[in-house]
Design a protein around this ligand. Structure first.
Ligand SMILES: Cc1cc2nc3c(=O)[nH]c(=O)nc-3n(C[C@H](O)[C@H](O)[C@H](O)COP(=O)(O)OP(=O)(O)OC[C@H]3O[C@@H](n4cnc5c(N)ncnc54)[C@H](O)[C@@H]3O)c2cc1C
Length: 375
């Protein structure tokens, strides 16, 4: 059986290593000539984390004592069976760990350009460094990210919404240490790191991962932005000042990057119309994207990969879509709920007061913790 995995992001690499573990040697094709340097996830959150421990990727840790949801701090120690595991790790490092565990080479600089599916195989056209070639595959799995060509080639839709009401800005900065250690002060503060804070003007968070610079993020609703102007650290500083209600001095990090500096005006929430079309399957961002609060996407994608690998090893993928799509639907719903809980206005104040009462109940906290843990 020839399984072609398209894309060597975290999900494609997880799938490759799970397949190798089950005795199937996949062919992994990756368009990029070398691993991407772009800064994405800072960690994995949820039920995939214990699976990473079982596979020896990280030393085992217990569940997280605290987390957040919709701008509420959660004390998970209140739960008898806390399902929320958090593994801090930069995405690049996770990819490199998964690549060394994959047990098969990643063919870099090999771009899949077309698929010709039939009932018992898929012909895969590839542009490689030495020219074009074709692979006769039993299955093709598109782990090729949000703009998935495999999804389009298989004729699968990607319905959903693009939320353009919110402007999100993030930057790596150097905050004065006193702010970080003594908690950031401001009207309504002091504010703790690693949480989303809602103010009358918007939402902000600040955090530090490892020894790197601080990461400041702001969300502002219904703001106008000239997208032709590149984002600057000063723009992020001004945004934080508006959201916090007072100015904060910080510096751009010195030394070699890459450093985060981004602005986003359209948050995508989309789910593939199916995870499978015959012998073409989707996993990870190719199947679902969401303006994730609390980092749900890696968890979702890694668990897609674990589920799909066991089905491919049995040569029966018939239940894959039914098994995995409900989990993504749940993440989309929770993202919408969190966006609603974070949005400005008196109606949200009322909704938050109600939600706080719900979280105070053991079953409320458990439901939210289960949602964060995903599956
Ligand atoms: C700024 C940012 C911060 C994030 N933070 C978090 C977080 O903290 N926690 C979290 O869980 N998630 C986070 N995410 C989301 C997470 O990064 C993604 O969910 C994850 O990268 C998805 O992995 P993937 O393997 O499905 O797709 P990708 O990582 O997009 O990988 C797809 C791969 O396919 C390759 N490819 C594409 N087309 C082809 C082709 N035709 N042929 C061959 N190869 C192809 C691409 O080159 C790429 O390497 C963040 C995302 C961003 C952008």
């Amino acid at each position: 059986m020839v399984v072609v995995v398209v894309g060597a992001g975290p999900v494609g690499l997880m799938l490759a290593s799970e397949l190798s573990r089950s005795g199937v040697r996949p062919l992994v094709l990756e368009a990029l000539p070398s691993p991407s340097l772009s800064l994405k996830a800072n960690g994995v959150v949820g039920r995939s984390v214990p699976l990473l421990y079982e596979r020896g990727l990280f030393p085992r840790r217990g569940p997280a004592p605290r987390f957040m949801y919709g701008g509420f701090p959660l004390d998970l120690r209140r739960l008898r069976d806390n399902p929320v595991y958090v593994q801090p790790v930069p995405q690049r490092e996770l990819e490199s760990l998964l690549a060394s565990r994959a047990g098969v080479p990643v063919h870099r600089g090999h771009t899949v350009v077309a698929l010709r599916p039939s009932s018992d195989r898929v012909l895969v056209s590839v542009e490689g460094p030495s020219g074009p070639y074709t692979v006769d595959a039993s299955y093709v799995v598109g782990c090729d990210g949000a703009h998935s060509m495999m999804r389009k080639a298989a004729g699968l839709g990607f319905p959903g919404v693009s939320d353009d009401r919110v402007v999100s800005r993030s930057a790596h900065v150097v905050l004065p240490l006193t702010f970080f250690r003594r908690r950031l002060r401001g009207p309504g503060g002091p504010y703790r790191p690693y949480l989303f804070h809602r103010t009358p003007q918007g939402v902000f968070s600040f955090a530090r991962f490892g020894r790197g610079p601080h990461l400041v993020t702001t969300l502002e609703w219904d703001a106008t932005v000239d997208e032709t102007v590149p984002v600057t650290v000063d723009e992020v500083r001004q945004s934080l000042g508006r959201v916090l209600g007072r100015s904060v001095r910080f510096a751009a990090p010195a030394g070699p990057g890459p450093h985060v500096l981004r602005r986003s005006t359209a948050r995508q929430n989309r789910l593939a119309s199916s995870y499978a079309s015959g012998r073409v399957l989707l996993a990870g961002d190719a199947a679902h994207v969401v303006a994730g609060f609390g980092g749900p996407l890696l968890n979702l994608g890694l668990l897609d990969a674990v589920d799909l690998a066991s089905r491919l090893a049995r040569d029966d993928v018939s239940g894959y879509d039914a098994a995995r799509r409900p989990w993504a639907e749940r993440v989309l719903a929770s993202s919408a709920e969190q966006a609603a809980l974070l949005s400005p206005g008196a109606e949200t104040d009322a909704r938050r007061a109600e939600f706080a009462r719900y979280l105070a109940l053991p079953e409320g906290l458990k439901r939210v913790a289960d949602t964060i843990a995903g599956g």
